[in-house]
Design a protein. Sequence first.
Length: 201
Amino acid sequence: MKRATFLSTLLATGTLGVASLTTVPAAAATGNDDWLGPKAYLGAGASFAKIDDAEVHDNDIGTGDLSDFDDDRTTWQAFAGVMVTSWLGLEAGYLELPDYNDNGFEIDGHGYTASALLAAPLTDRLEVYAKGGRVWWDAQADGPLGFDADIDGNDWLYGAGLNVGLVPNLSLRLEYTRYKLDGDHAEADLDLATAGLQLQF
C-alpha cells in the first residue's frame, strides 16, 4: 500500500510539472532562451530513500523493508550550481542521510557532494540531465554490545533527472540518484528519488 502511495505521489508530481508546460501563460515564458542557456541556480528537494547491501565492520546488516521506497522514510537535500553552457554544468550540494534503525543498529549522518551535469533540452522549458561526481559523507553508528563508531567516506554518485520550467526563474526538478557509500568500516548503496524546486539567475 505504501509503495502504491509513493508511486502515485511521484506520478502526481510529474503530471503537475508536465501540465505546467501548457497551462502557464505564454507571457510567463518570456526569457526561455535564458532558461536553457548558461545560468547560476540553487534549490532544495525532499527525497524518498532506500538502502541496499549494507555492511558495518564487515558484518552484513539486513536492510529488510529499507530496501524498498516507503512514504515514512524521507530525507532532504540542498544544492547550488552553474550551467557553463546549455549542456554542461557543475553542482555542489548538502545531503542529509536517511536514518537507519533496525536489527539493533542505528546510523545517521550527512554528506557534501560535487557533481558534473550533462543536460539535453527537449523543449524550450523541458530538459533531461545526467550527473556524476563524489560524495563526502560522515555518519554515527551505534549497535549491540556497546558498538559505537564514527564512519566516513569519499565515494561515487551518479543519477539522472528531469527539469521542468514552471516560470522563467523557477523549475520543478525530478531526480533519481545512487550513492555508492564505501567507508573504512561501513558500506551501502543509497538510492534517493527526489522532487524539488530550482531557482535560477
